[in-house]
Ligand binder design. Structure first.
Ligand SMILES: Nc1[nH]c(=O)nc2c1ncn2[C@H]1C[C@H](O)[C@@H](COP(=O)(O)OP(=O)(O)OP(=O)(O)O)O1
Length: 188
């Protein structure tokens, strides 16, 4: 596939304010156990989102693709080595006190080896995919999780107050494909 330029996401959402903003790339990956209806979440023990349950992830390194970044972060934070992952969503977060947008590429890990282990950053725990602990998660998660859980791809945009809890505006849409975001790069 031809290389997609760095503003492909901005073009997709067709928003000039978004296009003008610097972006930082992140990953978020959820190990799934479909036969048992479970997903592995981690309690974030430090840093951004401390005290919240979430998938695993972090900043994408300049030398890696978003998929490589998702697999690396999962290994670092949970001990699991993913062997089959699927890109299922793109989330754009705007925090009113941060001029840099967070561009979060969401993955599911369908096959992996190893056993989840607590790390310095995360305390992993399995949860029922139909009974998610939304009150302990980021406020946007309850909006898009039903799409992810049902195998739909999606693009979501959420505007947060500085409290990192209150959503002032949001947009969420299922999409047929996330190919437009495959070669995403940091934009400064
Ligand atoms: N509103 C939100 N909803 C959500 O579900 N996940 C969010 C979110 N805002 C941020 N995240 C996720 C994306 C990413 O996985 C994580 C933030 O990454 P981190 O700051 O932990 O990055 P790093 O692990 O690279 O950090 P350092 O280790 O401090 O460099 O939080």
């Amino acid at each position: 596939m031809a290389d997609i330029d760095a503003r492909s996401v901005a073009r997709f959402v067709e928003d000039t304010a978004h296009a003008a903003m610097p972006h930082r790339l992140y990953t978020l990956i959820f190990p799934m156990d479909r036969p048992n209806g479970k997903v592995l979440l981690g309690m974030k023990k430090r840093g951004f989102g401390q005290g919240k349950l979430n998938g695993f992830g972090g900043k994408v390194e300049p030398s890696e693709s978003v998929e490589q970044g998702a697999i690396r972060e999962l290994a670092e934070e949970s001990g699991l080595r993913a062997t089959r992952v699927e890109n299922c969503g793109l989330l754009l977060f705007y925090f009113e006190d941060n001029p840099v947008a967070m561009e979060v590429h969401v993955f599911m890990a369908h096959e992996y080896s190893g056993k989840p282990a607590e790390t310095e950053e995360m305390r992993p725990e399995w949860f029922d995919i139909d009974n998610m602990p939304f009150s302990q998660m980021w406020a946007d998660d309850k909006c898009w999780w039903p799409l992810a859980r049902n195998g739909r791809s999606f693009v979501g945009r959420f505007w947060f107050k500085a409290d990192q809890v209150t959503i002032t505006r949001q947009a969420l849409t299922p999409v047929d494909s996330l190919d437009f975001a495959r070669n995403a790069r940091n934009i400064s």
